[in-house]
Design a protein around this ligand. Structure first.
Ligand code: PBG
Length: 322
């Protein structure tokens, strides 16, 4: 088995042999494109820290969705920027809210594209937290009621899949139950099962206009130091009825993706978050790395770690290449 009998370079000699022994492949089937919806008409406002990504009014959103579909991307996930925010995030579960309008327009105008909605309150609350504030803290069980209303309202508007990203305890079961009671047992639930309190969400919070106005999210999102806790979180969400589980962010948490892959057989998603996208874009703009190669290599690494699907702001760009 030893040199010179075994020479690993034989299997790297040219593009065809490399193609034959390649263990992991990327495809447009893997991508879910995140999109930001805002009020107005004809609005297409580029997010300064996320080149190629926009705040889109509903009409522009429909065009963007059509384009993604044309490129073969199977799904999009929507984030809403409401007209007004308040203490209880009422815009989140308003049947005429921004996301509900967006879903209805998409369902009327774009066929064969899975519409996923992010279920959370932070984009809709004046304080920017993911739940109801009681005595300066996010109250878990009061928040569950509102998240369930939000998910049902998305389902009513026509969403195919809901994705709770709030990290309240028990929310998957609570939402699943509310959907069932409302006759929406066919709605798929993708849970942000393992979501860390990460510095890599910075650009998203600008895009969604959702930074917390006081404190931080460490009282509900996970501590980046914890890996075993990820297994407990995922197990809970699976017991509560999640169809797909997610790890977020992706690149600093490839070990977590890998261990969830080994532990569970549910479909596994990974969220290649805004900061991960922005870092590559910024370095590429300076000419410090090859942006396209760095994009493909990082997406591939997320697949190799064990993810079945990737939520990524690179969806459109990568789909064009693949
Ligand atoms: C809502 C939510 C966030 C992201 C997805 N859903 C922001 C946060 O938790 O602060 C971040 C996505 C990204 O950075 O790309 N809770």
């Amino acid at each position: 088995m030893y040199f010179p009998i075994y020479r690993p370079r034989r299997l790297r000699a040219d593009a065809n042999i490399r193609r034959m022994v390649r263990e992991t492949t990327l495809s447009v089937d893997d991508f879910i494109a995140p999109l930001f919806v805002c009020p107005g008409e004809g609005v297409r406002r580029e997010i300064s820290t996320m080149p190629g990504n926009y705040q889109l009014s509903v009409d522009e959103l429909v065009k963007e969705a059509e384009e993604l579909k044309g490129l073969g991307v199977p799904a999009i996930i929507l984030f809403g920027i409401p007209e007004e925010k308040d203490e209880l995030g009422t815009g989140a579960y308003d049947d005429h809210g921004i996301i509900q309008k967006a879903i209805r327009a998409l369902k009327a105008e774009v066929q064969d594209l899975i519409v996923i909605t992010d279920v959370c309150l932070c984009e809709y609350t004046s304080h920017g937290h993911c739940g109801v504030i009681v005595d300066g803290r996010v109250d878990n069980d009061k928040t569950l009621e509102l998240l369930a209303k939000e998910a049902v309202s998305h389902a009513l508007a026509g969403a195919d899949m809901v994705a709770p990203s709030d990290m309240m305890d028990g929310r998957v079961g609570f939402i699943r139950n509310a959907l069932n009671n409302a006759g929406f047992e066919q709605i798929t639930l993708m849970s942000y099962a393992v979501k860390y309190a990460s510095a890599f969400y910075g650009p998203f919070r600008e895009a969604a206009e959702s930074p917390p106005q006081f404190g931080d999210r460490k009282g509900y999102q996970m501590d980046p130091a914890n890996a075993r806790e990820a297994l407990r979180e995922a197990a809970l969400d699976i017991e509560e009825g999640a169809d797909i589980i997610m790890v977020k962010p992706a690149l600093s948490y490839l070990d977590i993706i890998h261990s969830l892959r080994n532990e569970f057989d549910h479909p596994l998603a990974a969220y290649n978050v805004s900061g991960e996208f922005a870092m590559i874009k910024a370095a590429a703009a300076k000419g410090w790395i090859d942006g396209e190669q760095a994009m493909l290599e990082s997406l591939l690494s997320i697949k190799r770690a064990g993810a079945d699907m990737i939520l990524t702001y690179f969806a459109k760009e990568a789909a064009r290449i693949l």
